[in-house]
Ligand binder design. Structure first.
Ligand SMILES: C[S@@+](CC[C@H](N)C(=O)[O-])C[C@H]1O[C@@H](n2cnc3c(N)ncnc32)[C@H](O)[C@@H]1O
Length: 212
């Protein structure tokens, strides 16, 4: 096991792992113990961020960063990011998912769970201070507006949008929704740093990385 080209992430030459002091598997992922450290397999079929690494994403600024994570769910991706980043504000609208997220936050001391709608940017600002990165993965029709509103309010260095095209419009082609999204982001003054088609791992999804 050695550190990969993604800072804070490890590889056995085949898969990616994050390193933690705890050997407890969070979502059923394989855990390997090597001299007092535990390496948690980061599954690209369960986490879109792991999918982007499998697809050779170039931008990976998460090491020691402060992340505002919108759409945390039960904490699959958050559990890995917590091993890499300094602090994560994990926002989730579903009280059921929040239960698991609270358990995870007891395991890892750098996760601040927030039960709220990611649309309520002012509420979030009561807890969130100067995130370096916004990572969003919410399956909502207005997911692009939610992303832009949070980006505008918090002005992080980077934004990662996991775009679920089918939730925006089932009848339109995923590529046409991607083009509309890119136009909207550009209209709002964002530079598109990277776009990855992650459909191989998550059907009809794209990962978009932006900067102001
Ligand atoms: C695809 S899942 C996220 C999976 C997670 N990002 C991961 O990789 O582990 C989408 C999540 O977004 C949450 N969600 C949907 N709309 C939301 C909103 N307006 N505000 C906050 N969370 C929302 C859903 O409850 C769901 O848990």
């Amino acid at each position: 096991m050695k550190e990969s080209k993604y800072r804070g992430v490890y590889t056995d030459g085949r898969n990616y792992y994050t390193r933690s002091n705890s050997g407890k598997s969070i979502y059923g992922e394989k855990v390997i113990k090597i001299s007092d450290k535990y390496y948690h397999l980061w599954n690209p079929f369960r986490s879109k961020l792991a999918a982007t690494m499998k697809l050779n994403i170039k931008t990976f600024p998460f090491k020691n960063s402060k992340v505002l994570y919108l759409g945390a769910s039960t904490g699959t991706t958050v559990s890995h990011l917590a091993d890499v980043s300094k602090l994560i504000w994990a926002v989730e609208i579903s009280p059921i998912s929040m239960k698991s997220l609270l358990n995870l936050a007891e395991e890892k001391d750098n996760i601040i769970p927030i039960l709220d709608d990611a649309r309520n940017v002012r509420n979030l600002s009561l807890f969130v201070r100067k995130p370096d990165i916004i990572y969003q993965d919410v399956s909502q029709r207005d997911q692009v507006s939610i992303f832009v509103n949070n980006m505008e309010y918090f002005s992080p260095h980077y934004g990662f949008l996991m775009l679920k095209t089918r939730t925006i419009d089932m009848r339109k082609k995923p590529k046409s929704i991607l083009q509309n999204t890119i136009s909207k982001l550009k209209e709002n003054g964002y530079k598109i740093i990277e776009v990855l088609n992650i459909s191989k791992f998550q059907k009809d999804h794209f990962a978009i990385v932006v900067k102001k």
